[in-house]
Design a binder for this molecule. Structure first.
Ligand SMILES: [Zn+2]
Length: 238
């Protein structure tokens, strides 16, 4: 059986672990730090089988070298020499098969937060790094609003049952911002209360299925680049 676990890192990162519970093999997405991953593998007696990288930021890649040094596994990532130890460089529409997990993913190019950003879609899961967050989206560090809007439209077009595995626990803050834009929005108010409860219990607010995310996420609801750029500007100033 496939199970997916969040490994918390730094203040609010999630390093996602996909585990085949029979074979006890494990694929890791965006290991910004090796230590929490090593501890997770040791605690559950899982064997690391592959590493997937979404973009070059250090809080997503900082643990790769140490993990590869002790596990020698394939590393999938976008075309960017700044990312260490990549054994298979990926671009839009490529397919990968993860040995040991019997899982296939297709690659989506989702530039905006960074220019190299990719996402992995397969088995009703999307690992989207810092492109989409629950109730929010990534900051535009390298790309344009046009690029990010197009990337979000790609995600919008995935099946409604897609579970969105984003790389940060930003949901509560994102909902508070969204409520400054739409103070009377009952869906946002209800979701904020749910998320506050989850966080008080130290539970993650993600993954969220795309159908629900479309109800909470004002960035996914934007119908034009101009509307998206305006909302992103407001969030940057929030
Ligand atoms: Zn990032």
């Amino acid at each position: 059986m496939l199970e997916v676990f969040p490994i918390p890192a730094f203040t609010d990162n999630y390093i996602w672990a996909m585990v085949n519970t029979e074979q006890r093999t494990c694929a890791i997405v965006d290991p910004g730090s090796a230590e929490p991953v090593q501890a997770f593998l040791a605690q559950h007696h899982y064997q690391l089988s592959s590493i997937l990288i979404t973009h070059h930021h250090h809080d997503h890649t900082g643990g790769v070298q140490a993990l590869v040094a002790s596990h020698n596994v394939p590393v999938y990532g976008p075309c960017n020499p700044a990312i260490p130890n990549v054994t298979r460089v990926l671009s839009e529409n490529e397919q990968i098969h993860l040995d040991g997990l019997a899982l296939n993913f297709s690659v989506l190019a989702v530039p905006g937060h960074t220019l190299d950003h990719i996402a992995y879609y397969g088995a009703n899961m999307l690992f989207c790094g810092d492109t989409l967050f629950s109730a929010g989206c990534g900051r535009l560090f390298e790309g344009t609003a046009e690029q990010m809007f197009a990337s979000l439209q790609k995600i919008n077009a995935l099946p409604d049952n897609t579970l969105i595995y984003c790389a940060h626990e930003y949901t509560e803050d994102n909902l508070r911002f969204a409520l400054t834009v739409q103070p009377a929005n009952k869906i946002l108010q209800k979701r904020l209360n749910e998320v506050k409860r989850l966080r008080q219990q130290h539970k993650p607010s993600v993954p969220v299925c795309l159908a629900d995310e479309k109800r909470y996420n004002l960035f996914l609801q934007c119908r034009s680049v101009a509307a998206f750029a305006e909302l992103r500007k407001l969030k940057d100033q929030y």
